[in-house]
Design a protein around this ligand. Structure first.
Ligand SMILES: CC(C)(COP(=O)(O)OP(=O)(O)OC[C@H]1O[C@@H](n2cnc3c(N)ncnc32)[C@H](O)[C@@H]1OP(=O)(O)O)[C@@H](O)C(=O)NCCC(=O)NCCS
Length: 228
């Protein structure tokens, strides 16, 4: 596929770069902790029925091309219009490169055989803080508003705590100071979710500007949730 090759990046360019093998090694350590957490399905309520969501943690270098395309296709369905507005019509090649960033840990979500969403996370240096960055949180439309996003964010909080209480991890890589993510300023639903879970606009985020009596929104905000 043409789009599975380009080199530039949307989010990564904002991070201080770690050597790639170091990113990979920390990703492997993070993956082990994530895998130990997801040994049972998640349960959510849909139409007053309990639905079991199977979770598959995968380190980025083990992600198959089909899985990557499935994830990209969901990003396109969910946010493609905004991505095109903000980054231009060729956003997918950059996004694919970002989605293959060394050290990323994916969690693919299925209901029976149906792909219902995914998250991808990575430990990064962002604005001189060592944080767990949520690269993606994407849920298929029919599986939204049943608490899945909230549940996943709660689990990510617990993963940060697990990481920070694991001497094998922290002696090598240091503690995670919190969580961070990027959200489009127009994404009201996601902002509502994140703010309700304790995320705040970071001091290093692009900010709203006021021009005479006009309010100018940036394209996106960087949100943070501090843990230590
Ligand atoms: C944003 C997203 C991940 C939320 O996942 P979700 O599983 O629907 O979230 P939850 O069911 O846990 O929602 C919890 C609360 O967040 C708020 N919320 C979530 N989505 C909302 C929306 N579209 N509009 C308004 N409020 C919303 C509500 O307060 C909701 O509680 P309620 O359903 O009791 O009113 C999901 O809508 C999604 O995948 N959207 C497309 C991709 C995207 O925008 N990802 C975020 C990128 S930063």
């Amino acid at each position: 596929m043409d789009w599975i090759y380009s080199i530039s990046q949307l989010v990564k360019s904002e991070f201080q770069k770690m050597p790639e093998d170091q990113e990979q090694i920390e990703g492997e350590a993070l993956y082990k902790i994530v895998r130990s957490f997801f040994d049972e399905p998640l349960t959510v309520q849909k139409d007053q029925k309990t639905v079991e969501i199977q979770t598959s943690p995968i380190l980025v270098d083990k992600l198959t091309t089909i899985q990557l395309r499935q994830c990209l296709s969901l990003v396109d369905k969910n946010l493609g219009e905004t991505m095109t507005l903000v980054y231009g019509k060729d956003w997918k090649s950059d996004k694919v490169e970002e989605m293959r960033d060394p050290g990323l840990v994916y969690l693919l979500l299925h209901h029976d055989t149906e792909f219902v969403g995914f998250i991808s996370i990575k430990a990064v240096e962002d604005n001189e803080s060592h944080v767990l960055y949520i690269y993606e949180l994407q849920i298929v439309r029919n599986y939204r508003r049943m608490g899945l996003g909230s549940k996943l964010l709660g689990i990510l909080d617990q993963i940060v705590e697990l990481v920070n209480s694991d001497p094998a991890y922290t002696s090598k890589f240091g503690k995670l100071e919190g969580l961070s993510l990027t959200v489009f300023s127009s994404n009201e639903g996601a902002k509502k979710l994140y703010f309700s879970k304790g995320y705040r606009i970071a001091s290093h985020s692009p900010a709203v500007r006021y021009l005479r009596n006009r309010k100018i929104q940036p394209d996106y905000f960087i949100l943070v949730k501090n843990k230590i």
